[in-house]
Each structure stands twice: as C-alpha cells, then as structure tokens.
Design a protein around this ligand. Sequence first.
Ligand code: FAD
Length: 534
Amino acid sequence: MRRWNGWGEESTVVELPAHGAAFLGELVGAGQVLADATLEQVLAQVPASRISAPHTLISLDAVVRVRHARGQSLPDWLAMREGRFGVFPDGVALPETAAQIRELLAWAQQQEVILIPYGGGTSVAGHINPQASAKPVVTLSLERMNRLLELDEESLIATFGPGANGPQVESQLRARGYTLGHFPQSWELSTLGGWVASRSSGQQSLRYGRIEQLFAGGTLETFAGSLNLPTFPASAAGPDLREMLLGSEGRFGVISEVRVRVSKLAEEEKFYAVFLPDWPRALQAIRTLVQARVPLSMLRLSNAIETETQLALAGHPGQIAWLERYLALRGAREGKCMLTFGVTGNRRQNALSVRQAKQHLKVFGGVFTGTLLGKKWSEGRFRFPYLRHGLWEAGYAVDTLETATDWANVDSLLNKLENSLRSALADEGEQVHVFTHLSHVYGEGSSIYTSYVFRPGNSYAAAMARWQKLKHSACQAIVNNGGTISHQHGVGRDHAPYLPVEKGALGIAALQALSTHFDPDQRLAPGVLLQSQA
Ligand SMILES: Cc1cc2nc3c(=O)[nH]c(=O)nc-3n(C[C@H](O)[C@H](O)[C@H](O)COP(=O)(O)OP(=O)(O)OC[C@H]3O[C@@H](n4cnc5c(N)ncnc54)[C@H](O)[C@@H]3O)c2cc1C
C-alpha cells in the first residue's frame, strides 16, 4: 500500500544508519523529532464535498481525496506529517478513456469546476495542490489509463495511456523486448503524462535522451477541442507543437495519449565508480569526457561533500574504511570526488567505451574501483527517496534543488547556490549541510543537483519558515546567476514567481495567451506555471 503521508510503499523502510546519524549530528546538531498526525486525525478534517451534481467518474471518498491532496515537496511533506493539509479536492475523477476525459471537461465547464490533472503525484514544486477557491476543485487522476495501447516495432514507437507509471511502462515494454530508458528517481510512482507535462529527465538521459527526445507525439484534450500530434522522425513544418505539451504542467489541457520512442533492450548494462582526487580535476574530467562523446549511458559526479556524505550514510563503516585506505594509497584522499558512469549496449561496444572512459579519467588522476559501487548505486537508485523517512525519524529535514547552466558557469553557480543555502539560517545560528552532484551532463553544460539537510526546529511552523528562507535564498541565487529555475522538476507553484526572470515579460505573455486559448475560463490548475493575474 502506498504511503498517504510520504514516499512510496509502506513496506519499504530505509533507516538512517547510526554512523550516518552521528555524522549529521556533528555537522548540524542533534536531530529534532516532531510528532506525526494519524490518518484518522486528517480524515476528521475533510470537509463535505461542494460538488452539487455528482458524476459517476468522480470519487467523493474522503481517503481518496486525502491521497490526492498533496505532492512530494518539502512543504507537502510537512503538511502531511503535521496533518494540516489545508485544502482538499472536492472529488477525484478517475477516467479510463480519452472520451471520458472529454466528458469531464464538458462537465467541469457546465458546473464551473476547477480541474487539476494528476499523474503520479510526485511533484516537488507544488503542481497538484488544490488551492482555496470559491469554485469546487476536482483532481483528475490518470492512474487508470496506464496501458500500452500499441507498439509499432518497425518504427520503434509505443503508444501509452498517460497514467502509466515507470514500472508499468517498463514491464509492458520489457515483455516485448523493449525499453523506454526513462528512469527519474521518482520512477516507481511518476507517470508518462507527468514526465511530458513537467519536462522530466531520467538518470540515463545520456543514452536515451530527456523526455523531450523520447516524446514523439500524442493527444491533448482541451476546452477548445482535441489536439492530436502525429509522429514524424523530423519535420520542418513550422514550430514543433509537441513543445506546447512539454512543460505545460496541466495548464493547456489533459494529455490523454502519449507516443514515445523506444529502444530494443540492451545486451548488457554495467555501472562503474571512479574517484577523482579533487573537484577542479573532477569537473574538468566530466566535461571533457562528455564533450569527447564517449558512448556512456550515465554520468554522475558528486562533489567532495556529497562523496563524504554518501560514504558516511552508506552504513558499512568497516568496508568504507577499507575503501578509504585503498583510495588514499592511490592518491584520492580528503577532497576526493566520486564519479559513477554506466555503459549500456552490446558487450563489445561497452568494453570499448569503458576502456576509453578509463584512459580519459586516468589523465585526471581517476582511481578506478570496478563495478561494486556502481552495482550498489544501480540497485539502490530508487531507494534513496525512502531515506527521507529515515532522516525525518532521526529529526532531520532534507530537500533538493536543481538547475542547469553552461560549463563556463557551472562551478561559479554551484558555489553560489551552495553558499546561499549554507548561510540562509545563519540568523538563527543553524547549520545547513549542503552537497551537490552533476548528473545530467551535456556538451555545452550541466545540471546542478543540490541536497540540503537541516533541523526542523521545535514546531512545524518553524520548519516551514526555515524551508521558506532556504528555498527563496537558493532560487534567488539561481535566477540571478545564470541558472534555469528548473532542469527537471518543473515550475509548479513554488517556482512560478521566479519564472519571469527567465522568460521575460513577453515570453510569459505568450505562454499566458496559449493558456487562455486552450482554457478561456482558466479552469485548469490556475496559478501553476503562470501565476494567476490579479
Ligand atoms: C523522490 C523524488 C525524486 C524525483 N526525481 C526526479 C528525477 O530524477 N527526474 C525528474 O525529472 N523529476 C524527478 N522528480 C520530480 C517528479 O517526479 C517529476 O516532475 C515527474 O515528472 C512528475 O510526474 P507525475 O506523474 O508524478 O506528475 P504529477 O506530480 O502528478 O504532476 C506534475 C504536473 O504534470 C501535470 N500532469 C500530470 N499528468 C498530466 C496529464 N496526463 N496531462 C496534463 N498534465 C499532466 C500535473 O497537472 C502537474 O502540473 C522527483 C520527485 C521526487 C518526489
């Protein structure tokens, strides 16, 4: 059963190892544990639905409404844990076909209802939270539209319902010998429609591309009609309309069908770990490696603090001490940075790619440690979000931020971003533990993915106030220093105030015109992506 107030399956528990708790205790102080609300306490607050004309596709059940009321951002986490949800949807629509989505749009128009398209509810930017409104709010969940509808094995194009989550996409494709190759860390729960609507990026984007490259076409149901986007391998027929769906965040319509470019399953896949002696060499190594176009499927470089944190939280102090001794002997001591890379393809090509990568990394002092750590990363790659529970139960809040910028600016922006977080709670005398990795690298630049751990304080209100300071400080650092407000998590409500700096007034007006074109009465997720006009 999926957790109602946190991440993933209730049966999966990842605890903070004792060694990790001691490590954090030294850096930010002893954990501060806050009491959690129970589901019963939350259910007691759910108000009567304001839907006056019930619809057979809409559930008014209180548990269903609670389960669709919040996403996975830190404010969502605090609201769920405290049991102070604020606003609940008045109902949850569960269509099974595109025709039913159209029926729900017509009903919403007639009944003057606000609709919020909902995929897996893994948003970390406040995309799917209902807001207080005089009109009833219905969350439109695509979870029942999760099937592989067609597989064109000649063109390698698969057509899916938009609500297929990561495991549903991969299991249906793998049964036929194919993969989409899109593995965001939220893969267990996030959906194809959500990936397209929020421009998602998967861990192996280096091989398979981001969702922009995988998304071949599809259908958008809007208040102005259905927009069907056929697939073409390429086209010069004017602007590409797929771009209107990518990053649309539910504002233009409901994606009812998604066509994606798939690949044959690879013969072999392996992940390796290499340690670079220091950050300047590590940064140069990863940049020149990606610019040399060595055919790797994944590259992730942790800075020195993240490397130290990962080793401390790994939970096997004996083995880690042995590894540290080995690395020190080979020249990777304090300040070392861990680089994980993957190869995916046929055995001969993989062997060649590994040889090229090794030769390249050696020039920068890389110490190769084989496949053990890479295998551990691969096996645990979807378990990391569960550690948030372990940290919370030990009295620590954790959140992440991400951006992207050109190589010439990566180091400078990374430092400014980290420093903005480190100093954000200085007025309270609180330490913030901040660490970063680069995990989506391109010829011209890189994403920057920063995590931060802090103590929540002695109340939920204090925790929220701390988060607001941290988030605002980091977002300012990003937009004022040449970073995009999001590389992969999207805009939602939390990043919407910062978007105009990036898009400019004319750009925002153009996006607003599109939204008004498809949704004249602004019934779809108002305030998401584009802030509501006063
Ligand atoms: C632990 C964790 C790890 C994460 N890791 C990654 C990562 O590695 N890479 C990454 O890209 N993101 C990551 N995310 C962010 C999140 O998973 C992505 O933004 C994801 O694409 C959201 O998909 P979803 O199906 O959960 O969409 P939701 O959260 O349900 O919705 C997101 C937005 O898409 C809209 N939407 C959803 N479905 C439709 C549809 N069918 N039609 C129209 N609009 C729709 C919603 O209205 C909303 O605006 C992570 C989140 C968490 C909590």
